[in-house]
Structure formats: C-alpha cells, structure tokens
Design a binder for this molecule. Structure first.
Ligand code: ATP
Ligand code: TZE
Ligand code: MG
Length: 260
C-alpha cells in the first residue's frame, strides 16, 4: 500500500490508538496522533488495560518513564494485544541505560511486537552490541544500525524502524530509507515518541511495513515543511503539528524513499 493510500485510509477510519507512553510525551504524542488523523487514548493502569486494548485498533508502548505499576500495565496490555490480534508497536526508549529498563524491555519483547521503532543507539543496543547513546538521545548513526535492524527483523519476525537524520525501515527482506524532516526535530522532545504513536495509527489500518513507511513519510514531509524558515524549536513544535494536520494524503508520496 502506498503511503498516500495508507494516509487516506487512516483518516477515513480515524483508528483508536491505545498509547502507553511516558510523562514527557503523553500530551505531545496525543496531539501529534490527533493532528495526523487518528484518535489516541493514553491509559496505562494494570486494572483496566486488558479490557481496553482489545477495543483499540492498535497498541503502542513507550518505556520512557518507567515505574513498577506502569511495567505491569504494559505487560498486561501487550499480552491482551497478542491474544486479541491487535497489532502492537514497541519504542524501547534508552532501554540500555539501566538494568531495570533492560529487563522490562526483554519482558515486553517476549510478547512479540509487530513493529519496533527506536533511534540508532536503541536498535544497536537491542542486539547486545555496545551503543553510545546519551539517555534518550542517540549517539550512533542510522547507517551503523542497518545490519542489526535487518537481522532483528528476521529473527523476531517484525518490522524494525531506525530513525534519525535519514530513517531506515526493514522487515528483514525489504529495506528502505526515508529522507526528509528537519534538523530541529531532535531539538524538540518526544518527537520519536510521537512518531511511535503515529506509526500505531497507520498500523491499525495497513500492514506493518507499509504502515511504518507511511508514518515516517508523514513525519518527513511535515517536518521539512515545518522546518522551512523556522526560527527555532519552540515555533517548530507548533508548526509541525499544523503540518501533520495540513498535509494531504497525496503529499506523502513526496517523501524521498530509497529502496536498498
Ligand atoms: N537531524 C535530523 N534531520 C531530519 N529529521 C530528523 C533528524 N533527527 C531526527 N529526525 C526525525 O525526528 C523523528 C524522531 O526521530 P529520533 O530518532 O530523533 O527519535 P528519538 O531519538 O526516539 O526521539 P525522542 O526519544 O526524543 O522522542 C523522526 O521522524 C526522524 O526522522
Ligand atoms: C526526555 C525523556 N526522558 C525520558 S522519556 C523522554 C522523552 C523522549 O524520549
Ligand atoms: Mg526515543
């Protein structure tokens, strides 16, 4: 499915996206998901997630600000997604910086996410290799993570997206880079977390690989437009939301994709 068709379908259906994300991103990612064209719901209580996830079109889990209650909720939601055929997306924010995060990530991976999205350091570290990320920020190049991503996608039978100045998406067989965006994007917090929620919005209506490429294209085109003549991160955040919303489905095909 072409990115434009995925976008049209997503906007026609306005899928319900169950997001479990971090305190930093909760508002930002909800607004990005709404602007892109879907309907986010941010809930994480262990007491209710298993009842809610099956009602959603997709589940996204981001481990940015963990605590035991949240981990319990995440695991219950991932299990519910799996048993009800709801696709789910994992964003393993800085999973390698403490043993607590690393263990939570391994427990989540056991529930077999359909899509894993991270920056280069996060994807490299998932394979057990040393990564030079600083907290939530990447210290590695996307190109260095490509081989790891391809192997991971094959072994885990999922789609892996590595994001940065140029993004890379693979399902182990297909490989594509997505160009675009703005160098102001890493200067605004939770852009990656927001992207994970928007990948979810697309994955509710399209196959995982096509959905991921479409969501990355949506961010690449909206980011480039928002970044043009933009004075700084503050204006960028507002302009980016407007561009996520203003962009028309056919505009997504303007993202430069390079098939490898
Ligand atoms: N230098 C850059 N130029 C263009 N686009 C960029 C650049 N850096 C990041 N992006 C874009 O920003 C978005 C978020 O990707 P990034 O890899 O920065 O996520 P992240 O590190 O997980 O972010 P966070 O954890 O802060 O939410 C993606 O759409 C990516 O393409
Ligand atoms: C800054 C930050 N710290 C934990 S989560 C988060 C949002 C970006 O990943
Ligand atoms: Mg991140």
């Amino acid at each position: 499915m072409k990115p434009s068709a995925a976008c049209q379908t997503m906007r026609d259906r306005v899928p319900l996206v169950h997001c479990i994300t971090n305190y930093v991103a909760m508002n930002i990612a909800a607004n990005a998901t709404l602007a892109a064209g879907a309907s986010p719901a941010m809930l994480h209580a262990p007491e209710e997630v298993a009842d809610f996830t099956p009602l959603a079109g997709v589940l996204t889990i981001n481990i940015g600000t963990l605590s035991p209650q949240w981990v319990t909720g995440m695991l219950a939601a991932a299990a519910a997604a799996k048993s009800h055929g709801v696709p789910w997306v994992l964003d393993p924010v800085a999973h390698f910086i403490t043993p607590y995060r690393a263990n939570a990530t391994q427990d989540l991976l056991a529930h077999k996410p359909d899509i894993i999205r991270g920056n280069a350091s996060e994807i490299i570290a998932l394979s057990g290799q040393a990564a030079s990320g600083k907290g939530a920020d990447s210290g590695d190049d996307v190109a260095q993570a490509q081989d790891v991503a391809i192997r991971m996608a094959s072994q885990r039978n999922c789609v892996v997206a590595v994001t940065g100045p140029v993004d890379f998406v693979t399902d182990g067989t297909r490989k594509v880079t997505v160009h675009g965006g703005s160098d102001l994007m890493p200067k605004v917090t939770a852009m990656g977390c927001s992207l994970t929620a928007v990948i979810g919005a697309y994955a509710a209506v399209a196959p995982a690989f096509d959905a991921t490429v479409a969501a990355l294209s949506h961010f690449a085109v909206a980011g480039a437009r928002a970044g043009a003549d933009c004075p700084g991160p503050g204006q960028f955040q507002v302009r980016f939301l407007d561009q996520l919303h203003a962009l028309q489905p056919a505009d997504l095909d303007a993202a430069r994709l390079t098939w490898l």
